[in-house]
Design a protein. Structure first.
Length: 227
C-alpha cells in the first residue's frame, strides 16, 4: 500500500511541519526588533543550529540576488533592512522627506553614555560641561538609553545604551563602536577642565529645560543633526 503524500491543508499543519526558510521569512517580515536565533528556533520547534544555518543561507541568497532588502544580524538578532543604496527611495515613500533627528547636544550626550556606560547623569554633565538632564530625558523617551542600576557610592542612577541604540547604529554589539583613542587627548582635556569648579548635579533634580551652561560657558547648539 503506497504512502499518502498529499500535503495537509495549511490550517492542519503544525509549526514543525512548515518549510523552515519560508517560515523564517514570514516571521521576520513582522518583527519590530531583531529576533534572536533562540527565539525563532523555539517558535518553529527546530534546533537552534538548523535555524542559524537557514538564516545565514537566506542572507547570502539575498546578497547574491541583489535584492532591495537584506537580512542582517544586528543587536543580537536578525531583521530585514532595506539596502543602503535604496535609502533615498524608501525615505521619500515612508517619511515624505522628513527624518527623525537628534540635536547636536543629544548626539554628544549619547556618545558619552555609549563610551562611558554605565554612567550617571552628573558624570555625563561633567564630561560635557553642561547640565544634561533635559537631553537625557529625551534619550530615555526615544529608547536609546535606559537605567542600569545605581552607583554604590552616591546612589545616583546609572544609564547605558539599549539594544535599540545598537539597532539604529547597525552594530552587533558595543565592541563594534569606533575606537575612541584618536579623540582621547581632547576629550580628557575637556573633562579635566570641567572638573575644576564644577558643581555636582542631582540626577533626580527637576528638569530646568534645555542644557544649561555650567563650566565652559558655552551653550549647546541646537543643530538638527540626523541620527
Amino acid at each position: 500500500m503506497s504512502e499518502d503524500t498529499t500535503e495537509l491543508p495549511a490550517g492542519l499543519r503544525t509549526v514543525a511541519d512548515l518549510d523552515l526558510r519560508p517560515a523564517l521569512e514570514a516571521m521576520l517580515m513582522v518583527v519590530d526588533e531583531p529576533a534572536t536565533e533562540e527565539h525563532l528556533a523555539k517558535i518553529l520547534e527546530r534546533p537552534r543550529r538548523q535555524v542559524a544555518d537557514a538564516l545565514r543561507e537566506l542572507a547570502d541568497e539575498y546578497a547574491v540576488q541583489g535584492r532591495g532588502f537584506e537580512l542582517r544580524f544586528v543587536a543580537g538578532g536578525w531583521r530585514f533592512y532595506t539596502r543602503p543604496e535604496y535609502a533615498a527611495a524608501v525615505e521619500r515613500l515612508v517619511l515624505d522627506g522628513q527624518t527623525a533627528r537628534l540635536t547636536q547636544a543629544a548626539l554628544e550626550t549619547l556618545a558619552v553614555v555609549a563610551y562611558r556606560q554605565p554612567v550617571s547623569r552628573s558624570r555625563v554633565s561633567a564630561v560635557r560641561g553642561v547640565n544634561c538632564d533635559g537631553v537625557m530625558r529625551t534619550l530615555l523617551q526615544r529608547g536609546l538609553v535606559e537605567e542600569a542600576g545605581t552607583e554604590p557610592e552616591t546612589g545616583a542612577i546609572l544609564y547605558r545604551t539599549t539594544n535599540y541604540f545598537l539597532e539604529r547604529m547597525g552594530l552587533r554589539g558595543l565592541d563594534e563602536l569606533p575606537e575612541l583613542a584618536p579623540f582621547l587627548p581632547e576629550a580628557e582635556a575637556i573633562e579635566a577642565e570641567t572638573q575644576e569648579g564644577v558643581p555636582s548635579f542631582d540626577p533626580d533634580a527637576p528638569d530646568d529645560g534645555p542644557d544649561t551652561p555650567v563650566a565652559r560657558g558655552t551653550d549647546d547648539v541646537d543643530d538638527q543633526t540626523e541620527l
